[in-house]
Design a protein around this ligand. Structure first.
Ligand SMILES: NC(=O)C1=CN([C@@H]2O[C@H](COP(=O)(O)OP(=O)(O)OC[C@H]3O[C@@H](n4cnc5c(N)ncnc54)[C@H](OP(=O)(O)O)[C@@H]3O)[C@@H](O)[C@H]2O)C=CC1
Ligand SMILES: O=CC(=O)O
Length: 364
């Protein structure tokens, strides 16, 4: 596996650094030649709009003012965004605030309105978005929706052609990603899978971790945009590796949450204060932001949705399929998956995945 990792410095805008590096090393080219064999995005010169976008990112206030004051011809290539759910909306917002020329689509049209208010254009199908844009990013719920939006009737593939790129940031399995890749590449366009680690708040804060694989050229070309939405990015080689990495990470996360839930309930049953358990855990070797952030509300049986439980169960299911494909034993994840299934059957699909604790309460 050819793994590359790029991490961003904390003090300086990651996009600013990425773009400064690009502008230092790349020759001048016409702006419209965005991808493919023709000159690419990372070749845009130092005086280009990309550098304006990078400067705009140095503070939220500057980002807003730059986005609203930049003339249209100063903006970088046209970016499409498909899927404006919990994750897609803040990711798209960050692109707009950084000064990107964004075109959006969502199955439920009303979710496009806040983005349009910020300056995005709206198109009525994934195909129209892909036709209008140089790079199209998709953030869909699951394998079925990712395939439908990319490859279905009026899907994005119909609008793809040589010189364009498709970046799927949804969490799907490798086989799904390869299927979508085949459709996109069949048009002559480039494909990158780039699922993200990090939830609603990291998406809002531009602190996601991208787990990418596929066309290296597209990875390099969209790196400045990934840096707007995230704090780091890994390039993992062939399509399927990004999906696999994401599923392994989320399999661990799902098991951790199930175990934490057991601990909270056990502590209460033996007369301890679960709030104190959260504090103890937060100070020790098993400390994790997930426990500190979600623990206090779990103690109050509150599960404000950041990562929907239905998506965590989907990821457990897909991770177990991955394990099965290589005969890897994963008994802990399998047991945790059963709890998520129980929680779903109790109507908790759209609650945060920390609501898995309710499945254990139901077993008492
Ligand atoms: N939330 C989180 O913390 C994280 C989520 N992820 C992953 O990111 C992806 C999106 O998650 P999130 O934003 O939370 O999910 P949401 O459920 O909030 O959003 C899902 C998006 O997919 C769209 N969609 C669903 N089904 C279809 C369909 N059949 N056709 C077209 N569009 C469809 C929805 O459209 P509509 O608005 O019309 O329903 C919506 O835009 C998932 O793969 C998830 O596993 C990854 C990291 C973190
Ligand atoms: O996929 C969920 C996350 O928090 O990452």
């Amino acid at each position: 596996m050819n793994a590359w990792v790029h991490r961003s410095g904390r003090g300086l805008s990651s996009a600013a650094m990425a773009m400064a590096m690009c502008s230092a090393f790349c020759p001048r080219v016409p702006r419209r030649s965005f991808l493919g064999a023709t000159p690419a995005l990372h070749s845009i010169p130092p005086s280009s709009p990309l550098r304006l976008s990078a400067r705009a990112l140095s503070s939220p206030a500057r980002a807003s003012s730059s986005a609203s004051s930049s003339p249209a011809n100063e903006l970088p290539g046209r970016i499409g965004f498909l899927g404006l759910g919990i994750m897609g909306t803040p990711m798209a917002q960050n692109l707009i605030k950084a000064g990107c020329d964004l075109t959006v689509w969502n199955r439920t049209k009303s979710k496009c309105d806040p983005l349009v208010s910020l300056g995005a254009q709206y198109k009525s199908s994934p195909e129209e978005v892909a036709t209008a844009c140089d790079v199209t990013i998709a953030m869909l719920a699951d394998p079925e929706s990712a395939v439908d939006v990319a490859c279905g009737k009026h899907g994005a593939a119909n609008g793809m052609s040589p010189g364009k790129g498709y970046v799927d940031v949804s969490t799907v399995d490798g086989a799904t990603s390869k299927l979508i890749c085949g459709h996109i590449k069949g048009t002559g366009a480039l494909f990158l899978e780039a699922p993200v680690s990090g939830s609603k708040k990291p998406a809002e804060d531009g602190q996601l971790i991208f787990l990418t694989a596929g066309d290296k050229a597209l990875y390099e070309m969209v790196a400045p945009f990934l840096d707007i939405m995230g704090k780091s990015k890994f390039y993992l080689g062939d399509v399927g590796n990004g999906a696999a990495m994401k599923l392994v990470v989320n399999m661990i996360m799902g098991s951790m949450m199930a175990s934490f839930s057991e601990g909270l309930l056990l502590s209460e049953k033996v007369g301890l204060d679960p709030k104190v358990l959260v504090e103890v855990v937060s100070q020790g070797a098993i400390s994790a932001p997930m426990y500190s952030v979600k623990g206090p509300s779990m103690v109050q049986s509150q599960y404000p949705t950041a990562f929907p439980l239905k998506h965590q169960q989907k990821d457990m299911r897909l991770a177990l399929g991955l394990a099965e494909s290589v005969s890897q034993s994963t008994p802990i994840a399998a047991a945790a998956n059963e709890l998520y299934k129980v929680a779903k059957s109790h109507g908790l699909s759209d609650q945060d995945f920390s609501a898995v604790i309710e499945a254990l309460k139901a077993k008492q």
